[in-house]
Write a protein that binds this ligand. Structure first.
Ligand code: HEC
Length: 479
């Protein structure tokens, strides 16, 4: 059992009524969208350069230079800024997780950066000298850019997919087993398809800004639409991904959590619409599209990306690294000792709004909330604890929080002592009563004893979603 002294407390950022996940998610989705566009854009340019060098695309060169400027401007500048922004927010929200990822994948992550540097160098060289170079040299630079950007996806994909499906790494600590984990290939292939689709859609916007004849425009759009064709594989790869993720994660996405299911449906619906549009209008009917439509399609793709990323992040709950670290940065094997010593007994950081609370019990409750719940909840805002349990009786609140991992298996077990749990309940009650200036201390020994018992009954193991239990029982029956 780990001693709580081994837990490092970090200062925790408070974004008010906005959930921490929304801060990371909002920025993250934007960043992923741009980064994937940069990769797909590279592929598209290679394709166009190749067509042009074979004399099949007279407008190719003009398009390439225009497209590349847009790509550089948007993805290098905004992509790099949001990338730094991602680091900045994620270390505020999940410092322990980020620390663990960096520790585990140190050199592999460094490799990702070497490819990113190569991508930037090749991209810059093309940006600067592309228009004076021969076709063969342009092709080489574009291929270098494209391969480098795809490989930066390759490396980061191993680290991100490891969070959801760490695979054999959990047992043997082998980082290659963690890197080439069960969801590595389906998510890499799926993302590659997304990249191509985004590169293609962005091309349609750029083509519409060019001063060319309608015929040329139709030709260019027709060629750009070719990169939408691989989208047809999405259902298969998506199903592969769903098949390899843990049974409970799958269950959240497929009905277990209404929010997750809705987002998944949005992602699938938006992708299907896009695919159908591309197939019917652009490929079969060989129609052109206007700039307004092209922008709208990009927005639809953004919606699909947002939905997909939201689900991918969401179904990992209650973990940031499955079986290893809960979302609130507590490791599963630390829960039992934190129950005895108290989760915030050694938390050195004062509350930002200390003076707001009438007594120390409520302050304790606020600290417990901050440490254990605030990564997924707010108090009164988005996914607010107040909304979720404000209507419950005190006893109902005690029971459901003591049994948190059984109340909803996507929450970690409560990792504090009885006094901390009661403090959290009192905090909620005080807020429900509109935060009066006087609030009595609740320390009835009978209540405390009953909480102790509830915590004991709940146990310290993670909860088990029914689908997960069935999967486990099936596995055990086979042995
Ligand atoms: C890993 C993220 C996560 C953590 C950590 C977490 N929760 Fe939750 N909790 C959720 C989600 C997601 C829901 C579902 C909200 C919904 O159904 O709209 C939820 C629901 C709840 C509910 C309502 C349950 C129901 O069945 O109606 C309560 C009460 C609750 N949480 C309290 C807490 C408390 C107290 C803590 C801290 C001790 C906590 N949660 C920690 C994610 C989390």
């Amino acid at each position: 059992m780990n001693l709580p002294e081994t837990i490092t407390y970090y200062p925790i950022q408070d974004y008010g009524p906005m959930m921490k996940g929304m801060a990371i998610g909002g920025l993250g989705i934007f960043h992923v969208f741009l980064a994937q566009f940069a990769i797909g854009g590279g592929m598209l340019m290679c394709y166009f350069q190749w067509l042009q060098s074979r004399g099949q695309l007279p407008q190719g060169r003009k398009f390439l230079d225009g497209y590349f400027k847009a790509l550089v401007l948007v993805s290098f500048v905004v992509g790099a800024l949001t990338g730094v922004g991602m680091w900045f927010t994620s270390i505020q929200v999940s410092p322990r997780t980020i620390g663990m990822m960096v520790d585990t994948f140190h050199w592999l992550w460094a490799i990702e950066w070497t490819f990113f540097s190569l991508e930037i160098a090749a991209g810059y060289a093309f940006y600067r000298y592309g228009d004076v170079l021969e076709d063969a040299m342009r092709m080489k630079l574009l291929v270098l850019y494209s391969v480098a950007s795809w490989f930066s996806l390759f490396w980061i994909n191993g680290i991100l997919s490891w969070q959801l499906t760490p695979g054999q790494w959990v047992d043997n600590g082998d980082i290659w087993a963690g890197f080439f984990n069960p969801s590595f290939w389906p998510s890499l292939i799926f993302r590659t398809l997304v990249c191509m689709a985004l590169g293609s859609l962005a091309a349609m916007v750029v083509i519409n800004t060019m001063k060319i004849s309608d015929d040329d425009r139709r030709t260019l759009i027709g060629k750009a639409a070719h990169l939408l064709a691989p989208m047809a594989l999405m259902p298969v790869i998506g199903a592969w991904f769903m098949a390899v993720i843990p049974a409970d994660s799958r269950a959240w996405a497929l009905g277990g959590s209404a929010v997750m299911t809705n987002f998944l449906m949005i992602a699938i619906g938006a992708s299907a619409l896009l695919g159908a549009y591309a197939a019917i209008w652009l490929v079969w009917r060989k129609m052109s599209i206007s700039i307004a439509t092209a922008v709208l399609l990009c927005a639809l793709a953004f919606g699909a990306t947002a939905g997909g990323e939201f689900v991918r992040e969401g179904v990992r709950k209650p973990f940031t690294v499955r079986q290893t670290l809960y979302s609130n940065a507590i490791a599963p094997d630390e829960v039992a000792s934190l129950r005895q010593i108290g989760s915030v007994t050694h938390d050195p950081y004062p509350l930002a709004d200390d003076a707001r609370y009438p007594n120390d019990q409520l302050r304790l409750g606020a600290k417990v909330y901050r440490f254990q719940c605030s990564v997924c909840h707010t108090l009164g805002g988005a996914n607010g604890v107040l909304h979720l349990m404000g209507t419950w009786s005190p006893q109902q609140q005690r029971l459901n929080v003591a049994r948190l991992q059984h109340t909803k298996a996507f929450m970690p077990p409560f990792a504090g002592n009885a006094a901390e749990l009661e403090a959290l309940v009192q905090l909620t009650r005080w807020m429900v009563e509109d935060e009066p200036e006087q609030w009595p201390i609740s320390n009835d020994p009978a209540v405390m004893a009953s909480i102790e018992q509830m915590l004991k009954d709940a146990g310290t193991a993670p909860g088990e979603e029914p689908a997960m239990r069935k999967a486990r029982q099936r596995k055990e029956a086979k042995r």
